[in-house]
Design a protein. Sequence first.
Length: 459
Amino acid sequence: MELPFAESFKIKMVEPIFRSTLNERELWLKEARYNLFNLKAEQVYIDLLTDSGTGAMSDRQWAELMLGDESYAGATSYYKLKATIEEIFGFPYFLPTHQGRAAENVLMSTLVKQGDIIPGNSHFDTTKGHIEFRKATAFDCTIQEAFDTSLLHPFKGNIDLEKLEQVLRSYPRERIPMIIVTVTCNTSGGQPVSMQNLREVKAMADKYGIPVCFDSARFAENAYFIKLREPGYAEKSIREIVAEMYSYADMATMSAKKDGIVNMGGFIGFKDEELFRRATTYNIMFEGFITYGGMSGRDMNALAAGLKESTTFEYLETRIKQVEYLGQKLLDFCIPIQQPVGGHAVFVDALKFLPNVPREEYVAQTLALELYLEAGVRGVEIGTLLADRDPVTRQDRYPALETVRLAIPRRVYTNNHMDVVAVALKNIWDRRDEIRRGYRIAWEAPIMRHFTVQLEKLS
């Protein structure tokens, strides 16, 4: 008999979590103005809002915290992280930042100006926010297959090369400061980008003289899928695959709170020394001196260790199999999700789940709120609220996908917790025909509204 699969770690410390009652959750949601970001952590039973900064660090990472060098300039922790980034990604120059959106802020302050066009694969919310804040345009070139949640395609994060070349032909070179490739592509469902696609995007970028930037938050998960799904890579190590991936990048931003398995941190990697020097001015202005840049020495140490752990097959197999476990449970209940299951989260197709709720009443947010009411499980809307308003017309933008993302923290929950989430969604699925109204906006910020929006329930 074949041995069953088990986690590649054992648990050394636990944190208690508590169940609440339906009456309590109804009150808390009303006080939070129906925005799940406004809930207190202790009001949540299973928190799948994000996998960013919510993972459990290893004993080696905790040990590295004690070795942190907090010198303002030239700390040993900086050089430890610098060596790790060059070893894994091949970037000889890097700037530490306090998280991914800070890295985007520094890089886009360096490169992006009003009227620019930045093509890519379904830019993440902070990426698009930084672009549009500068009155530039994020142009989505994701393959069409990504928007059919029932279609099985191994690399739904891929860039459509015809769409990309159309953009590159349509605008002057000076208006396209970079191409952004998100690996894995979060907004399309945590979907990977193939090595072939990365290679072809880089070749096209070189043809037009445009640099390529990787949004690297979940780079290791992307490498895992290449190993499992792309011909010619089954025998390659994760490190070997990552090295080839980043041979097709000129620079990269990273929120280290994902595949770095730390609570706070990020960086920008560069191959070009001149671009690195230009960016240092903004890093010093916005983050801190170039050898700490918004990170403490202990956090740089923990990140160096985390990057090494996340690029091992054993860790990735354990992490992604748990995401697959939840996804398969939902499929067994006939619940519509983005298929195949992504690397860090399961994305529930809200349009198919709640067909009676009008899109203008924020159907994905409605489903996310129902899930919290049902079981105290907090997910997040990846749909019209997140898509924000068109910067010109100020009308709601309705994206091709309207989903609830269930992002699973690394090494935090057991599969028993996944069973609770699956059954909670099954209970809502069984009464889905009764859910016919959603919510309207009472107040919103002018950009990136989903973080702070206030809603009113429609009846």
